[in-house]
Design a protein around this ligand. Structure first.
Ligand SMILES: [Fe+2]
Ligand SMILES: [Fe+2]
Length: 243
């Protein structure tokens, strides 16, 4: 049962089916999800009852439930994040860049917001690629080793960054920055609304941006709300420290 005082990300965590509902209403459940549902609805000018009904309908839906990653091992969750979301970001960014260039070439002289979206997308892409590299090469291997050590009752693996909360704070702050950039792209594009008579490339670009935003929110949700808190708890759970 949904409680209006719960934060949006608490609901996303407890009810994985709610993510599709939040996406539909454009309610941010990851970086911007630290507010009660009632407040998020007021900000988006959506009737709370409408969202509650949609949540109830989704809970009773016969559609297959999304995997509850809060029950998986951290190793399995990391494999999923990399294979699904990191691979997607790396393959989608170049495709979106081509589409952005095409719509800017065609309409940029009369629609200045397209140039602003293109610039933000380049910035977001550069930051995300750097961010994924840090996760894949430093943080995720450490978390997988930490889980292995805890399972085997062994010692903490060596870490070059001291306490795990340090790199996690950095990753979380980078998520906030990425979330703010995609929110600005959504605003500039008027919620991905194409003008009347827009060409198929324009539609493909905005559809692609919308899908990219949805994927980014799911990706950040898995890291911020499941992987990182569990990794911090695991480090504090009493695995012996390497001598
Ligand atoms: Fe990631
Ligand atoms: Fe991340």
């Amino acid at each position: 049962m949904t409680n209006l005082t719960q934060t949006v990300r608490e609901i996303a965590l407890e009810q994985p089916h709610s993510i599709r509902v939040f996406e539909r209403f454009g309610i941010d459940y990851c970086c911007g999800g630290r507010k009660p549902l009632a407040e998020a609805c007021v900000e988006k000018q959506i009737a709370v009852d409408e969202v509650l009904s949609a949540l109830e309908a989704a809970a009773g839906s016969i559609a297959p439930l999304p995997i509850d990653w809060s029950q998986a091992t951290l190793g399995a969750l990391i494999d999923h994040i990399v294979a699904t979301h990191h691979v997607y970001v790396k393959s989608e960014l170049p495709r979106l860049a081509v589409l952005a260039q095409k719509v800017v070439n065609r309409h940029g002289d009369t629609q200045a917001h397209l140039l602003a979206i293109q610039s933000l997308l380049v910035l977001l892409g550069d930051e995300l690629i750097h961010h994924l590299g840090k996760e894949e090469h430093v943080l995720f291997p450490y978390i997988a080793k930490l889980e292995g050590a805890l399972t085997a009752g062994g010692a903490h693996p060596e870490a070059c960054f001291g306490d795990i909360s340090h790199p996690i704070a950095m990753m979380t702050s980078e998520h906030d920055a990425a979330g703010a950039m995609i929110a600005e792209i959504r605003r500039l594009s008027d919620d991905y609304t194409t003008p009347v008579g827009a060409c198929p490339t324009y539609h493909a670009f905005y559809d692609g941006l919308k899908e990219f935003e949805n994927d980014l929110h799911q990706h950040i949700h898995l890291e911020n709300n499941i992987l990182f808190p569990k990794a911090i708890a695991m480090e504090a759970a009493g695995v012996g420290v390497t001598a």
